[in-house]
Write a new protein. Structure first.
Length: 167
């Protein structure tokens, strides 16, 4: 039953990611009301919330090995740098953070982009630790729809610009 639930979740998330990419490609004017996004489009602080599942598919059937919920504040500098104050819960028990993390980001003219999040592993690891995310800028730049693209993870989330009030 758990395998079926995990497989259903993975397939649903994949369909959602494909739908987000299709919408962003076909109607980027809706995403930001123009087809002229750049790194300058993202400047300032956004609250961040991401839900993760770590997946082991080496057996042929995806099995969820860990659940993580994470969040914090991400701040874009308008020139391609991003910093994070980040914390979360691993499998509902152990907590991490708050941790200071950093990364880089890029934005395409169609309002899609990507960012990295670099962090320190405990214990330190030479092959660790950078997460890779893609996003779509929506709601006139006040929100991001985010999904992680690292192998073995199923992650999606949102970011909302701080100080923005809907009218």
């Amino acid at each position: 039953m758990r395998r079926l639930a995990a497989l259903t979740f993975v397939l649903g998330l994949m369909i959602g990611v494909l739908a987000i990419r299709a919408l962003a490609t076909s109607s980027s004017q809706v995403a930001l009301a123009s087809d002229n996004c750049s790194t300058k489009t993202l400047s300032g602080s956004y609250s961040l919330q991401v839900w993760d599942k770590f997946i082991n598919s080496s057996t042929g059937t995806p099995i969820v090995t860990a659940y993580i919920v994470e969040g914090g504040l991400m701040t874009f500098d308008g020139t391609g740098g991003v910093t994070f104050v980040h914390e979360g819960s691993f499998n509902g028990t152990s907590q991490f953070g708050p941790e200071n993390r950093s990364g880089i980001y890029s934005v395409q003219p169609n309002c899609m982009g990507s960012f990295t999040m670099q962090y320190q592993a405990s214990p330190p690891s030479p092959t660790c630790c950078t997460n890779h995310y893609d996003f779509v800028i929506v709601a006139k730049g006040s929100e991001l729809t985010i999904f992680q693209r690292d192998i073995g993870t199923v992650s999606a989330g949102t970011a909302i610009k701080q100080g923005v009030i809907d009218s």
